[in-house]
Design a protein around this ligand. Structure first.
Ligand SMILES: NC(=O)c1ccc[n+]([C@@H]2O[C@H](COP(=O)([O-])OP(=O)(O)OC[C@H]3O[C@@H](n4cnc5c(N)ncnc54)[C@H](O)[C@@H]3O)[C@@H](O)[C@H]2O)c1
Length: 324
């Protein structure tokens, strides 16, 4: 298939492009090399790596921003499936600059959907987020895709829910079918440097203290990048026009912040020094994925245990630190 990917130079996008090419698909990716959340230089390095690693006839990546609506409409022509990953991610920075997030994530998603409408395309895979579930008590049952998700706890979460709703509107108006994938805290090589696992591992390795927000009891469902990519590829190969499906792509367990720090200590062989900070606005106490729908429809089954995934992340980070 010809797959058009937005956000191809990002963490998840770059792994996805590699996996799609390995499965024989042709990938045309775009990325705006955004410099807000983490350095554009990291994404340029990733793009250079991808161009070197993948055959030119199967992979192209161009510098295009989501606000370039006409360019997007031209470039998506002929694609079998569009995968929309480009966005500003991250909860806390979205509270500091909400308008910027809504421009990139809501207007940006509208531009992708409009580009598809203009090009007559009808299959989309959209990157949503576990954050749409909002604040749930720590002992809540696993989150189900059928929950109404009416109280997102940050502008980022609201922007992702808005993206899902826009996909629903474009399905009803124009028959564009969407699989919206709610990713649950993804980690692994090339993980964004603003994310907790990346920040903690870097600090622990450097003998620096880590800032722990809250009392360490908040819990997350961590998902290894290869598992998320496998679920996303399955969604790409199965998405149908006219249908709207939402899937949780999570790990298979939840881990407390204190347990995460202990697991990073084991992976790095170093002791952590922690500094307690109050919980941050927008942070949620729990994420826990019910993955039964993804298992049934996509054959999704996370394979990577946290310890193994952290070890893989640590070896990637060690090489990178030595090189820089
Ligand atoms: N990493 C996670 O744990 C996680 C969890 C839930 C949802 N998601 C979603 O998955 C997607 C990918 O996340 P990621 O962790 O790989 O983030 P990332 O920041 O590494 O990748 C996003 C890419 O989008 C690009 N981008 C941002 N704004 C753009 C714009 N206006 N025009 C063009 N390109 C733009 C960035 O340059 C970046 O390369 C995002 O939509 C994110 O919200 C990620």
């Amino acid at each position: 298939m010809k797959v058009f990917v937005t956000g191809g130079a990002g963490f998840i996008g770059s792994h996805l492009c590699e996996a799609l090419v390995a499965r024989g698909h042709e990938v045309f990716a775009v990325d705006g090399f955004d410099d807000f959340l983490y350095p554009a230089r990291d994404k340029r390095n990733t793009a250079e790596y991808l161009h070197g690693a993948l055959p030119a006839e199967a992979f192209r990546l161009r510098d295009v921003n989501l606000d370039e609506a006409d360019t997007l409409a031209e470039l998506v022509r002929g694609a079998d499936v569009v995968v929309h990953l480009a966005a500003l991610a991250g909860v806390r920075p979205s509270i500091a600059d909400p308008a910027r997030y809504l421009r990139a994530n809501v207007e940006g998603t509208t531009n992708v959907l409009e580009a598809m409408r203009r090009a007559g395309l009808s299959r989309l895979v959209f990157a949503s987020s576990s954050s749409v579930y909002g604040v749930r008590p720590g002992d809540s049952a696993a989150f189900s895709e059928d929950d109404p998700c009416l109280e997102p706890a940050s502008p980022y979460a609201a922007s992702k829910r808005a993206g899902e709703l826009l996909c629903s509107t474009y399905r009803d108006l124009y028959g564009i079918g969407t699989s919206a994938l709610r990713f649950f805290t993804v980690y692994g090589p090339r993980q964004r440097p603003d994310m907790a696992i990346h920040k903690f591992t870097r600090a622990i390795a450097a003998g620096e203290p880590i800032a722990m927000f809250g009392d360490g009891s908040s819990r997350r469902d961590y998902t290894y990048i290869d598992d998320v990519v496998a679920g996303t590829v399955a969604a790409i190969e199965r998405v149908e026009p006219e249908q709207l499906a939402i899937y949780n792509l999570g790990g298979d367990e939840t881990v407390s912040l204190s347990e995460l720090v202990a697991a990073i200590e084991r992976a790095t062989g170093e002791r952590a020094r922690t500094e307690s900070r109050p919980p941050q606005p927008g942070d949620v106490p729990l994420t826990r994925a019910d993955i039964s729908r993804a298992r049934r429809d996509l054959g999704y089954q996370p394979q990577t245990q946290l310890g193994d995934g952290l070890a893989a992340f640590w070896s990637w980070l060690s090489v990178r630190t030595e090189e820089s």
